[in-house]
Design a protein around this ligand. Structure first.
Ligand code: PLP
Length: 382
């Protein structure tokens, strides 16, 4: 139960919105207005003055996320990358940062490129290895530990509670990219994290029709104030229409994510018995490293993402993606339609991902149809 007395599923289904007082509409309106009337005494008693920092439509999705994550406040950004980079940009040049060696590739590239040029001291480690995280921490110098769990595209699981303790012991904050788990499966703040980040483009919106990002903070401290000010000043905000679509998607978050997690588990089990599949990466499989941790840390499923290595190497993997009929060949994840992607060719030559790996984002189709399509494609290609 949450502080409002309702379960998270209930809060999400209604995105904390009441019936519109003026019209009786049960779905909240979109507020496209960029500017708002000022009171005669120069105040803004009705809320937002200007739509760059504030808009009543942003508030619906942001407040719902705050409740679902159990945080103090949330901010919406124009993309997941805008949300993630805002956290690092709130640090000072010279600060030491620990981040995972396996993580969303574009953020890794930004950390090693722009963030490093700007003066952050970035160290990438295997964050599924607590000893490696401990060894990387420099007390007083490390200001942020970044986790992604499960992490793209090998679905590596990192221990949020243990790393929160290690980070705090060294005087650092812990931020978690929880895009894959969503608050339906993991609540990082309850495990000790200070910040949660989402590419809301994925499961939170869930319909592959919005690019958006979100941050939720455990508390409204100075660091949060820096991030909030930077968003208002840099201006990388979400538009009201996108924020409205995001709250629309959030309403079905729980049933979507649970269905996708169940289907992904069934697919992972079937694929791990298939002769054309060399390896399956899915935290729900008992022999997956990190499975026991995932069981402790994730509630209600292991997520809708899995990857497979195809016997026969890169060519067989590419042919499998070419031969599917139902799965869509596309990047991104977390939508209602299932997606298949040859990952190494998207990530480029510096990618640590094996070149026979296909990443699968499981949608809402019947899992039997998804398996039959994939099995036929594997059998035609290997
Ligand atoms: N984090 C994860 C785990 C992602 O998968 C992505 C995008 O694929 C991002 C962050 C970046 O999000 P966006 O594409 O919304 O900028």
């Amino acid at each position: 139960m949450t502080e409002r007395g309702f379960r998270p599923e209930t809060l999400a289904a209604q995105t904390l919105s009441g019936v519109d007082a003026a019209t009786g509409a049960i779905i909240p309106p979109i507020h496209p207005s960029t500017t708002y009337e000022r009171d005669v005494d120069l105040g803004y008693s009705r809320g937002a003055p200007y739509s760059r920092p504030d808009n009543p439509t942003y508030a619906i999705a942001a407040n719902t996320l705050t409740a679902l994550e159990g945080g103090a406040a949330s901010l919406l950004f124009a993309s997941g990358m805008a949300a993630a980079t805002a956290v690092f940009q709130a640090l000072d040049p010279g600060d030491h940062v620990v981040a995972p060696s396996i993580m969303y590739w574009a953020l890794r590239a930004w950390l090693l490129g722009a963030a490093t040029r700007w003066g952050l001291d970035v160290e990438l480690v295997d964050t599924s290895d607590l000893a490696a995280v401990k060894a990387a921490l420099r007390p007083g110098k490390t200001k942020l530990v970044w986790l992604e769990t499960p992490a793209n595209p090998l679905w590596t699981v990192s221990d949020i509670a243990a790393i929160a303790d290690l980070a705090h012991g060294a005087g650092a904050r812990l931020a978690v990219d929880s895009t894959i788990a969503t608050p339906a499966l993991t609540r990082p703040l309850a495990l000790g994290a200070d910040l949660v980040m989402h590419s809301a483009t994925k499961y939170l919106n869930g319909h592959s029709d919005v690019v958006a990002g979100a941050l939720t903070s455990a508390r409204e401290d100075d660091f949060w104030a820096r991030i909030k000010l930077a968003l208002a000043q840099n201006g990388g905000v979400l538009g009201p229409f996108e924020a409205w679509l995001l709250q629309r998607g959030l309403r079905t978050l729980f049933p979507r994510v649970r269905w996708q997690a169940q289907s992904a588990l069934a697919l992972a089990q079937q694929l791990s018995r298939h002769a054309a599949v060399a390896q399956v990466f899915y935290p729900g499989l008992p022999d997956f490293p990190g499975h026991d941790l995932a069981r402790r840390q994730m509630r209600g499923g292991f997520g809708g993402m899995l990857s497979i290595r195809v016997r026969g190497g890169r060519d067989a993997a590419i042919a499998t993606a070419a031969n599917v009929r139902l799965w869509k060949r596309a990047t991104s994840l977390g939508g209602v339609e299932s997606l298949i992607e040859h990952r190494a060719s998207i990530e480029g030559p510096t990618s640590p991902v094996p070149d026979d790996l296909l990443r699968l984002s499981v949608g809402l189709e019947a899992p039997e149809d998804l398996f039959d399509d994939l099995r036929a494609a594997l059998e035609r290609s290997t």
